[in-house]
Design a protein around this ligand. Structure first.
Ligand SMILES: [Cu+2]
Length: 547
């Protein structure tokens, strides 16, 4: 991260500057998310799931005894195709089930929890579920220990939904029995494969990037096109509940082997779930910084999904957000508001104009237990009132002399191969700095710190501009310099450009986190918990979502 974002876009979070420094070090190896999950075959997908125990890892070094859903055998496929994709027999969250609208979905659940945990089940709220096998339970049919139950439903509408245990939810959901269903629309609107959507895809392809979307539209509606997507599930853990469950299971097992008192062994768990004092706050089953490691990383065998969003300016980014667990978590996406498309698979349209979205524009997308939201986020830098690309028309360096031709919305979108594709043209060539040195336009309103001062910290990149070549910008470019030679000689380079390669990742980093700041801790230590860094990357940087 060679570039530092500006206060104007980040001022609403007091913890930011510290986190930006922390994240810079952590992001030295990019790990990039998507919305990975499993598929079950075309038109009539079948998923064979198990509920069973394993340990999940927390960044304070603790391994937490948990229950989760997993696959009894290899699923029919993974989507999108990512390096190391797997479906273990237990994972938190459970496997994301990816199906298409109209599919006849069958999920068979085997109860491999410890027998003393009793029955278990899955609820698929929002679908009309038919059950076979199992035994009657309070909310649905349940699998008894060692046995199965089958749930069938038609994926009746597109969107993101939660699934979770429907048996003793205060304990079983807390222990980790939850996951997501993503239904991709059967009919893709033409608008999502033409026009600006097509040119955004062309810009990605020009960068050598692979399309990792599950679809091109969130719903079968022209206002729901997207260029990139991420799924975030919010949950929390009270380790006391997990410890009590583990202790009782072990005590019962010990009693069944060796029972010198002759008193009857306990036959069912009696785990209190109140008072509730969570110590771990997770996004996709991981706490920060673990959530920024790759999907399917070997060090988290039971927590395969990460939280590490990246995007280029102007891309429409679909956020699939689910509240799991028991608490509300106010998810704050720095950089812009989120336009909600739909909730629980219900697209929200204007009552009077079905062509118009009617979902709210949210500063924080507050996750309510069980609620799923689909929303669109994007970042363009529009309205900064300075050129975030740092163009300098007087520079001898041709790379700094890009043009900006506004489309009907004011953005530079005519050429998807341009480095400043989607620049907000009104701010083109507007300098931010009063008296910069190096290859940066002068005459702006502010004086930024000298990037050669080490007092600014080793991670200050020396450039507030979007683009990896902070070296050239900071050290300048002599008139008449040969192409490619700018920034290779001259003054001392700023510390961040020494530590990071000029061709490495350089973007604006925004923290995306729970706005209940108690929840950006791990076991009371900050930073941790429900926190990740979102990177707006220069178009010079190739976003690789394959891991
Ligand atoms: Cu914030």
């Amino acid at each position: 991260m060679n570039s530092m974002p500006t206060k104007s876009v980040l001022a609403n979070c007091r913890a930011f500057s510290l986190l930006a420094m922390a994240a810079s070090g952590l992001l030295s190896t990019a790990a990039i998310a998507a919305a990975p999950g499993i598929t079950g075959g075309a038109s009539a997908p079948i998923f064979n799931l198990t509920a069973q125990p394993a340990y999940v890892s927390q960044p304070d070094g603790k391994m937490i005894y948990s229950w989760g859903y997993g696959c009894t055998s290899a699923p029919s496929g993974f989507a999108p195709a990512m390096t190391g994709a797997k479906c273990p027999t237990m994972q938190v969250p459970g496997p994301t089930l990816i199906v298409t609208e109209g599919d006849a979905v069958t999920v068979t659940l085997t109860n491999n929890l410890p027998a003393v945990a009793g029955n278990t089940s899955i609820l698929f709220p929002g679908f009309n579920v038919t059950t076979t096998g199992g035994v009657a339970g309070l909310l649905t049919r349940e699998a008894t220990p060692g046995n199965t139950v089958t749930y069938s439903f038609i994926a009746s509408s597109a969107g993101t939904r939660a699934y979770s245990s429907g048996t003793q939810g205060d304990l079983q959901v807390e222990m980790g029995l939850y996951g997501a269903v993503i239904v991709i629309p059967k009919t893709i609107p033409a608008a999502c494969t033409s026009g600006i959507a097509a040119s955004n895809l062309a810009a990605e392809k020009n960068n050598g990037e692979t399309d990792f979307r599950l679809a091109t539209a969130a719903y079968g509606h022209a206002k729901t096109c997207y260029d990139r997507e991420y799924l975030f599930q919010f949950s929390e853990i009270d380790p006391n509940v997990h410890t009590k469950a583990s202790e009782q299971i072990n005590a019962i097992a010990a009693c069944q082997i060796n029972n010198p008192t002759g008193n009857p062994c306990q036959t069912t768990l009696q785990v209190p779930t109140e008072p509730y004092h969570p110590a771990y706050f997770m996004i996709n089953g991981r706490s920060m910084p673990d959530d920024m490691d790759p999907n399917y990383a070997a060090q988290y065998p039971n927590q395969p999904y990460n939280g590490n969003p990246h995007m280029h300016p102007g891309e429409q980014v679909l956020l699939r957000i689910i509240g799991q667990g028991r608490w509300q978590h106010p998810f704050h996406e720095h950089g812009n508001h989120v336009r909600i498309l739909g909730r629980d698979g219900n697209l929200i349209l204007s009552a009077t104009d079905p062509n118009s979205l009617a979902g709210p524009l949210l500063f924080t997308t507050t996750t309510t237990p069980g609620l799923a939201m689909d929303g669109i986020f994007y970042f363009t830098g529009r309205g900064l009132n300075w050129d975030m690309y740092g163009h300098t028309p007087s520079s001898p360096d041709p790379a700094a002399q890009l043009s900006c031709t506004p489309d009907a919305n004011g953005y530079n979108t005519a050429d998807p191969t341009a480095l400043n594709y989607f620049e907000w043209c009104q701010d083109h060539n507007k300098p931010v700095q009063a008296n910069p040195f190096g290859d940066v336009g002068a005459g702006g309103p502010v004086t930024l710190p000298d990037p050669n001062l080490f007092a600014n910290g080793a991670w200050y990149g020396g450039s507030p501009y979007l683009g990896p070549d902070a070296t050239r910008r900071a050290t300048g470019c002599s008139p008449g310099a040969a192409a490619g030679s700018c920034g290779t000689t001259g003054t001392t380079r700023p510390s961040g450009t020494v530590a990071n390669s000029a061709s490495g990742e350089a973007g604006f980093a925004f923290m995306w986190h729970s706005h209940n700041e108690r929840e950006i801790t791990t076991s009371n230590i900050f930073p941790g918990g429900m926190l990740m860094m979102m990177l707006v990357d220069s178009r010079e940087f190739k976003i690789d979502e394959s891991f």
